[in-house]
Design a protein around this ligand. Structure first.
Ligand SMILES: [Mg+2]
Length: 179
């Protein structure tokens, strides 16, 4: 089934992962992202952004900086997001949306009428695909972040559940093969 919605991670998936990024000047799109998002949009998929930003909860920067970076990302891309969800909490702090929470995906399903199988998470970390598992959506990994995604998935017991691609465009060609 062709996804009707992608829930995209930001750091390490759409842009180079700069740890605790808070300066829009440091943002660089990863190779193949614009072309890949073009495939998705031409196939009719809606785009959503879901980003964990624990730097806020750790007191390293504020939501204003996150919002500036998110706005810069929107400027850099040809296609916009239906909704952006930022989870600012540090790991372990109570949080509604921090991935692997399924709450954002559930809201997207409720608001737009998508079934779980019509949604696909795309991310570079086990927490992105953990959110997919928790919400019972599809998920694909991109090994373009700073961590060893395959090792993370195996540690979480998701080694076989989610395909992992070496770059964003390959993941989009897998999801949208007719385009
Ligand atoms: Mg990431």
């Amino acid at each position: 089934m062709i996804p009707k919605a992608l829930i995209l991670d930001r750091d390490g998936t759409l842009i180079e992962h700069v740890p605790y990024l808070c300066d829009p000047a440091e943002m660089r799109l990863l190779p193949g992202v614009e072309e890949g998002l073009g495939l998705a949009v031409r196939s009719g998929a809606k785009l959503f952004l879901h980003t964990n930003q624990s730097g806020v909860g750790r007191g390293m920067f504020g939501m204003e900086e996150v919002e500036l970076c998110n706005a810069r990302l929107v400027e850099m891309l040809e296609h916009g997001f239906e909704r952006i969800c930022t989870a600012p909490e540090a790991p372990g702090a109570p949080s509604k949306y921090r991935k692997p929470s399924p709450e954002f995906a559930k809201e997207v399903m409720a608001e737009y009428g998508f079934s779980a199988e019509e949604i696909c998470y795309v991310g570079d970390r086990g927490s992105d695909l953990g959110a997919a598992a928790a919400a019972e959506t599809r998920g694909v990994g991109v090994a373009t972040g700073l961590d060893d995604l395959q090792a993370e998935l195996e540690a979480q017991g998701y080694g076989e559940q989610f395909p992992v691609f070496g770059d964003f465009l390959s993941a989009m060609k897998f999801l949208f093969p007719q385009t």
